[in-house]
Structures are given as structure tokens and as C-alpha cells.
Design a protein around this ligand. Structure first.
Ligand code: PSU
Ligand code: MN
Length: 307
């Protein structure tokens, strides 16, 4: 923290490296922390945190993992701070929880929605994650629609992800993104990726085939629709895809488990992820890690193309 600079309690604090890189016009990629704290099991989550940051650096950009620690929103974490994020006990913070966490001095990991809000406020317009939240199956009754979608509609960040999980209603999620005027680009694909699987069964409206094309689209979109996000969706590599039959079994079991245990709200996504990891003997974890790493690499290449 810089005591000589006055700032509102709500403005995120960039790490010194992130601050210097932004000031000199360098490439910065934000990374989400809910995936570390609530999406991946320990101890693989701590190794993943380092791997993702290394993947960003290897492609010429500076990583900035986002989280709230002691009530301070941070963009760019030290190794000790990453230890805390991966050490358990953090709250899961969406955008509506940020004020609460700051006001109560809490530690929390940020979802796609909250990461986007804090990254954009710090001047970082690009971030990488695994999967986007979306419209849940049965949302007609449960009203469970991730705040990620509304956040993208009003936050000027490009999110590099592998689409959304088939645990969601993929068609409805794509419809909401269309309604909210958030462009969706397939990276080297005409199919919207389904996270563990390369093809969700739904087409993408647009396709780009290089970081330079993605950067050109993002630059133009920002000018024409300032303050509106965009999605760059990259499928997991062919060799890292989860077996289709295993995937379908885990999905059916996971959905039944939610109903059995009456799991709702922000616990739905972590409970399903845990079921996939526990039920696939590590296969879903390998897929998950491979696709997030690839997204961190691609985000860095787009960030460099933007400088
Ligand atoms: N999808 C994944 N892995 C994740 C998440 C989504 O494949 O870890 C996390 C992200 O942080 C996302 C959040 O923003 O779940 C969405 O949660 P909810 O559905 O409660 O909005
Ligand atoms: Mn939800």
C-alpha cells in the first residue's frame, strides 16, 4: 500500500510490478482466484497458481492474480499472498460481495465477475480463466444465472476462457450474452467450447485465428462499445479433452447430487467441480489445468499484441 497516495477504500491496489508495467504501457493479464480457492483442490491449486503466472510470463506479459486480502482488493499477488489464497477458508466473492468483504476486512477469492470489476478498475483489460459462469439448468425455476454474465455486460474486459461447462444451460447462456451485447469469439474454432469437451454442441457467432486478430477485434470493440466486455473462447487441446462417456456420467451424477443435497446459490459450482475431480480419478483435474494454462498463454499473447 502507498500511504502517500490518497485512494478510496474501494480502488484496487496493484502490486508494484503491475503498477510499473501499466505505467509504461506493458502487457498485463489478470488471473481469477476463485478457480484457485474453490475450483481446484489443494495442494494442486498452489502449483496451478505458479504455473498460470509462469505461463503468462513465458508469453511476454505480467500476471496479476486478483483477490481481496484483509479487506483490500489486490491486483497482483506475492508468493505469500498466493499461499493465503490457496490455503483454504476464503469466501467466494462475486461483485455484490466486494463491498461486504472490504467493509468487514475479510479475505476472499474473486469470481470472473468480481475479477473483471477489479481488474478493469486497475486498468487491466484482459484476463484468463477456465470457465465462465452462466445460466444454470433449471434456471426457469431456480433463477440461478451467474452474475458473471451481467458483469461482462458492464465491464470493459476481454475474458479468455474455454467456454462454459456442460453443467450449465449452454444455449441459454449464449442467448443472454447476445442479449447483453457481449461478443463471443471462438479461437481457432467454429464451435463454442464446452470446457472439458472441445465442442458444446453450439456454434460461436464469430471466429478468430490469431492473437493479432483477437487484439484487433478487442481494440475495435472497446472503441465502439466502451465499458462492455467480450469473450474469447479457446477449446481445450485435443489430447487434453475429457473422455465423452466419463464426462456424461459425471455430469448426470453431479446434477443428481445437487438435487439430493439441496445445494443452491454460490455453492452449486464448487460442489459440481469437486464431484468431477473426485469422480474422475484426476482426469478432470488434468483437463482443467491444461485448459487454464492454455488460456493464460493465449491471454498473454493477445495482451502483447495490444501493446
Ligand atoms: N467455471 C469453472 N470453474 C470455476 C468457475 C466457473 O469451470 O472455478 C467459478 C468462476 O469463478 C466463476 C464462478 O466466476 O465459478 C461462477 O460461480 P456462480 O455460478 O456461483 O456465479
Ligand atoms: Mn449462481
Amino acid at each position: 500500500m502507498m500511504p502517500h497516495v490518497s485512494r478510496s477504500v474501494f480502488s484496487p491496489v496493484p502490486s508494484p510490478e503491475v503498477r510499473h508495467t501499466l505505467a509504461s504501457g506493458g502487457a498485463v493479464v489478470a488471473l481469477e482466484s476463485t478457480i484457485l480457492a474453490h475450483g481446484l483442490p489443494a495442494p494442486q491449486n498452489r502449483a496451478a497458481a505458479d504455473e498460470l503466472e509462469a505461463a503468462v510470463r513465458a508469453n511476454g506479459a505480467v500476471p496479476a492474480t486478483v483477490a481481496v486480502l484483509d479487506g483490500v482488493p489486490r491486483v497482483g499477488l506475492s508468493a505469500a499472498e498466493l499461499d493465503r489464497v490457496c490455503g483454504g477458508g476464503l469466501d467466494k466473492l462475486s461483485v455484490r460481495d466486494l463491498g461486504v468483504a472490504v467493509g468487514l476486512g475479510r479475505d476472499g477469492a474473486t469470481t470472473v465477475a468480481a475479477t473483471a470489476a477489479l481488474a478493469a478498475a486497475a486498468g487491466v483489460a484482459l484476463f484468463a480463466t477456465g470457465g465462465l459462469g452462466g445460466v444454470h439448468r433449471g434456471a426457469r425455476e431456480s433463477w440461478d444465472v451467474s452474475a458473471d454474465l451481467a458483469a461482462l455486460a458492464r465491464t470493459g474486459v476481454l475474458v479468455v476462457c474455454s467456454g462454459v461447462k456442460s453443467i450449465l444451460d449452454v444455449a441459454a447462456t449464449l442467448e443472454v450474452l447476445e442479449t447483453e451485447s457481449v461478443p463471443v469469439l471462438g479461437y481457432g474454432t467454429d464451435a463454442f467450447p464446452g470446457f472439458y469437451r472441445r465442442d458444446s454442441g453450439h456454434p460461436v457467432p464469430w471466429r478468430v485465428d490469431s492473437p493479432e486478430q483477437a487484439a484487433a477485434v478487442w481494440r475495435a470493440h472497446r472503441e465502439l462499445s466502451p465499458g462492455v466486455g467480450a469473450v474469447l473462447a479457446q477449446p481445450v487441446a485435443v489430447g487434453d479433452e475429457l473422455d465423452a462417456a466419463l464426462h456424461d456420467r459425471l455430469l448426470a451424477e453431479g446434477l443428481a447430487l445437487l438435487a439430493d443435497r439441496g445445494i443452491t446459490g454460490k455453492d452449486v459450482t464448487p460442489a459440481l467441480l469437486e464431484h468431477f475431480h473426485a469422480g474422475s480419478d484426476g482426469a478432470s483435474l488434468r483437463t482443467n489445468l491444461a485448459l487454464v494454462r492454455a488460456n493464460a498463454e493465449l491471454a498473454a499473447r493477445v495482451a502483447v499484441a495490444l501493446t
